[in-house]
Every structure is written in structure tokens, then in C-alpha cells.
Write a new protein. Structure first.
Length: 362
């Protein structure tokens, strides 16, 4: 292919792109509607005028001219009376061609708008219209596995997922994940991800730039994201991944709801497995969403408030077939508390169950 041919093809594509952008504009429909209305009005007047000059035409009035032009402009046969004069017929033929061209432009505008919407959605430039969804803020190689794990949870209905990250295109199309291209620490981008109506947000270590950074740099970005999320929706449940345990307090100050220190989790499992053989298999089984049982957090049932932990354990095991493991009070977790520990009205219970309890917190 010669350079001239390449330039010609490139120019053609640019012209088509400009046409698509023009047809996708909201005011295009208004212009087309006004043009068709003008054709109808002008054609009606011209046909009626030419028919008035024909002595043989005595029954053709302005209403007949309007119906005739409406039939020609719309392209739908409605049994209109045809004019007799050549001039009026010529007007009808001319306006039929013009109206057909305008209708073709209208169809092209509709198709272009649809295509443009799909392109913008694929590039993550459109706002999502969702409720009770999970927003994943940031991108790294582990996000795909996180999505797989979320979608394998057969104990609850499938939750819509939105990925908000500064990357070029959606890497999770195959999983049905919505994509927003943007900075998770920017308010407008969070609003495009519908953070106001989301169920929860996960702030993941963002490695989208492909450059190595210190743990503190990664955590600083994550803290900014948490602050931005809480500014948009203070009630949104936010879980943050922390690289350096020393930075935990910064996330707490940013009002994050839950913190996962990835280094502590992995190091803790490895250390315990070294001195307690088989414990790694236990942790792995508990963390898999496609196997039972699973741990849940529930509000303390009213009939157990004021009861000792031992009594509550026996009652829940015999009545609900769940195992009571611990308590959460004032955001402090106590696993296997003393038997005489009293369950308070604001206590939350950590239980192990084969099925999701109705009281399980979302």
C-alpha cells in the first residue's frame, strides 16, 4: 500500500469519526426534528399554492396538502389525495427525497449515539448507574483473583462490582465488572463510580503505573483514597489494604472501617504453620468462599444479651447449629473469651456456620 493510499484511508477514517461525534451530539435530534417539520410546513404551503392555480382542481384544500406532505415526509402511506399539477407533484417528489435523507440521518444519529455510548463505557468514561455494589479502588495483579473469589460466593446473590482505576481499559470484561477510568482519590471519579449508593469499597494497593514504590508511598495513596471516599459517602463501609503495619494508625485516622495488613496476615500464617502443623490448611479452608463452614459477624440476639459466653455458646450450638467463637466490642475482637464473659447489648458475635445466618452483617 502506497503512502498516498494510507493518507487517503486515514483521512476517510478521520472524517467518519468526526461524523460519528457530530451525530452523537444531543442537539442533533433537535436539528433533524426541526428540519423535518420545516419540510412538512414548506411542502404543504407550496403544494397548496400550486394547486390553487389549477382551475380543474376544485376539491384540493390546505388539509389535503398537509396530509399529502405528511405522507411524503414520514414515508408511511395514509391514503392521501395526490395533487394534479406538475409543479405540486414535483414538490412532492423533491421533498420525498429530502425527507428520506433526513430520516437516514436520524437513523445514523441513533446508531452513532449507541456506538458512542458503548465506546465510552468500554473506556470507562461513563458514569455507572448502580446501587449496593462493591467498588474496587486501584489495580494490581491480585484484583482479578479478588473478583473471582467474590463471584464464587454461592451463599449470597451476585453483587455488582465496579473497578475504579487509572488504567486504559477494562481488564475484567470477562467477569462482567463495570469499569471507570479515573483516580480513586478524586471526588468526581468516585461519583462516576456511584460511591453515594455503593454497598462497600475496597481500597487496594494501586500498582497501575508499573513503577516500584516504597510501602509508605503505596499506603499514602491509599489513605488519600479513603479520605476521598468518606468525603463523598461518610457511611460507606471501606476496607483498605495496608502494606506497612506502622501506617495502620493513618488509616484509622482517615475513618477506615476495616484494615487488612497483608504482610501481617501472610507472615502470621507462615509462622503459626511452622509451630502448629496443619494450621495453614485450616486458614486456607476458612478463607475459601466456595467451601463450608465460614465465619460470620452478627449482632447479638436480644435473648442472649446479659447471658454468659458459655451459656450463649451452648444455646446457639443447639438451637442454630452454629459455633460461637468470640465477641466484638468497641471494634475490639476477643476470640474465645472467658466463660463468664457477659454479652452486652452492643456486642457483635463471631460465629462459624455452614450456612449464612439471617442476622449476618453485610
Amino acid at each position: 500500500m502506497t503512502k498516498k493510499s494510507k493518507r487517503t484511508i486515514s483521512s476517510l477514517f478521520h472524517r467518519i469519526a468526526r461524523l460519528v461525534r457530530f451525530l452523537a451530539q444531543p442537539n442533533t435530534y433537535t436539528v433533524i426534528f426541526l428540519a423535518l417539520t420545516l419540510l412538512l410546513a414548506l411542502g404543504t404551503v407550496l403544494v397548496w399554492y400550486f394547486e390553487l392555480g389549477d382551475p380543474a382542481q376544485t376539491k384540493f384544500n390546505i388539509d389535503d396538502a398537509f396530509v399529502f406532505m405528511l405522507q411524503n415526509v414520514s414515508g408511511v402511506g395514509i391514503g392521501a389525495i395526490a395533487p394534479l399539477t406538475p409543479a405540486a407533484r414535483g414538490v412532492g417528489i423533491t421533498f420525498v427525497i429530502l425527507a428520506a435523507a433526513m430520516r437516514a440521518v436520524f437513523v445514523a444519529a441513533v446508531v452513532s449515539s449507541f456506538v458512542n455510548r458503548l465506546i465510552l463505557q468500554g473506556k470507562g468514561l461513563r458514569r455507572v448507574d448502580l446501587e449496593n455494589h462493591v467498588i474496587i479502588c486501584g489495580w494490581n495483579a491480585r484484583v482479578k483473583q479478588i473478583v473471582k473469589t467474590l463471584q464464587r460466593d454461592s451463599r449470597r446473590p451476585k453483587i455488582p462490582i465496579v473497578l475504579l482505576a487509572p488504567i486504559a481499559e477494562n481488564p475484567l470484561v470477562e467477569f462482567g465488572v463495570k469499569f471507570i477510568k479515573g483516580d480513586p482519590s478524586v471526588t468526581e471519579d468516585l461519583k462516576r463510580a456511584a460511591a453515594e449508593t455503593a454497598h462497600s469499597a475496597m481500597v487496594i494497593t494501586d500498582e497501575s503505573d508499573g513503577q516500584p514504590h516504597t510501602d509508605s508511598t503505596y499506603d499514602a495513596r491509599a489513605v488519600l483514597t479513603v479520605l476521598a471516599i468518606k468525603a463523598v459517602n461518610p457511611d460507606l463501609h471501606v476496607i483498605a489494604e495496608v502494606r506497612d503495619p506502622a501506617n495502620r494508625r493513618h488509616f484509622v485516622n482517615a475513618r477506615v472501617d476495616e484494615v487488612v495488613v497483608s504482610a501481617e496476615v501472610s507472615e502470621g500464617v507462615v509462622a503459626r504453620a511452622a509451630t502448629n502443623q496443619g494450621i495453614a490448611w485450616v486458614y486456607e479452608d476458612l478463607l475459601r468462599l466456595d467451601s463450608a463452614p465460614e465465619m460470620y459477624v452478627i449482632d447479638a440476639p436480644k435473648d442472649l444479651v446479659g447471658k454468659a459466653f458459655q451459656a450463649a455458646l451452648v444455646r446457639m450450638n443447639t438451637r442454630d447449629n452454629v459455633v460461637l467463637l468470640g465477641l466484638i466490642e468497641n471494634s475490639k475482637v476477643t476470640m474465645c473469651p472467658p466463660n463468664d464473659c457477659v454479652i452486652g447489648a452492643d456486642s457483635q458475635l463471631v460465629v462459624l456456620s455452614n450456612t449464612r445466618p439471617p442476622e449476618a452483617l453485610d
